[in-house]
Write a protein that binds this ligand. Structure first.
Ligand code: SAM
Length: 188
């Protein structure tokens, strides 16, 4: 069970309500599906996006929290003070395969992903600046690859706690089941 391995938070810097709704939502979806326990949004306060993210957790299960950070450096400090390693994903960083074994020695990890503009402090406050190739691409792709390397593929088999619905893998078409215990156990 990957839950015992690492407690991962993802800090998304510089969210802009108008332009980043979809990208930030997708970063949240990847965080949840690939095993993160906290998703923290810095930038514009976007209550609607937060609500949608929490609705996804209710529908598909899991325990990931959705939080807002008014001051991202404070958030970094809070995680560091509780023994976390700070990892910043950037095309300028060290190749993931060269540092992942050191990172895996920590049990709590805060992963910083940027947007359009990343403040210079992000490079300085981080214990590791990590690249997923040294080519520009996207925070969503970088996050997915990083989490997969961290969990060594085990996140692919993760069961998300107390879902309202779950999917039965099917070679053709869609098979979606309602969790019969959902209401009876008063999960909400
Ligand atoms: N110049 C940026 C950088 O430092 O990676 C690219 C900006 S990109 C629009 C937004 C975010 O995607 C970055 O802040 C970073 O978190 C992530 N990103 C893009 N390419 C990456 C790469 N090759 N490795 C790691 N992260 C990357």
């Amino acid at each position: 069970m990957i839950e015992a391995d690492f407690e991962v938070g993802v800090l998304r810097l510089g969210h802009r309500i108008v332009r980043d709704k979809r990208v930030t939502t997708h970063a949240f979806l990847v965080s949840r599906a690939f095993g993160a326990k906290a998703f923290i949004i810095h930038g514009d306060k976007d209550s609607k996006l937060e609500e949608n993210a929490r609705r996804i957790v209710k529908t598909w299960g899991g325990k990931v929290t959705v939080e807002y950070s008014e001051n991202w450096l404070e958030t970094v400090k809070k995680w560091r003070d509780t023994g976390s390693l700070i990892v910043h994903l950037t095309m300028y960083g060290m190749p993931v395969e060269s540092v992942i074994n050191y990172i895996r020695e920590f049990k709590r990890i805060l992963v910083i992903i940027g947007g359009q503009k990343v403040p210079g402090e992000a490079y300085r406050v981080s214990d590791y600046n990590v690249s997923i190739t040294n080519q520009p691409h996207s925070e969503i792709a970088a996050l997915a690859v990083f989490l997969d390397r961290l969990f060594q593929g085990r996140e692919l088999y993760m069961q998300h706690e107390k879902p309202r619905f779950f999917i039965v893998p099917s070679p053709r078409g869609k098979v979606i089941c309602k969790n019969p215990f959902y209401k009876a156990n008063r999960f909400e």
